[in-house]
Design a protein around this ligand. Sequence first.
Ligand SMILES: [Zn+2]
Ligand SMILES: [Zn+2]
Length: 144
Amino acid sequence: MAVGGCFCGNVRVEYSGQPIKAALCHCIDCRKLTGTLFTYSFIVKNTDLKVTGSPKEVPKTADSGNYIKNYFCPDCGTPLYGMRVNSDGAAADGVTVLRAGIFDDLEVLNEHKAELEIYVDGRVNWLTAVEGADECVGMPPPSS
Ligand SMILES: [Zn+2]
Ligand SMILES: [Zn+2]
């Protein structure tokens, strides 16, 4: 079980089990939604996730053409998680992309080195790649 939450503490997030994947994304949407250079996220099954509080939902059509929704603390603005949705707004895949920096215990992050970097074409040129991680220009193919 890993527990985390937003900057002000009004939203708490926890998951059981293990993340399916830990990944970095360097796309422009990820820069904007976090205000920093890339996102570090855990892909988790929706059934493993528990959220306490009332995150604000922000829908958008992503750069890739996918419909996405991102969730933020309504009080302090911390980005919490996002997911791909269908055109009717329903969750598209049974997984949530959790912004992993929100976890309280650094050990959770140490244990989950990023295995994948996507949109590496958007990585700033002075940042080095994560050693041993797979890389994709743009989105990974649907199977991965
Ligand atoms: Zn907050
Ligand atoms: Zn991204």
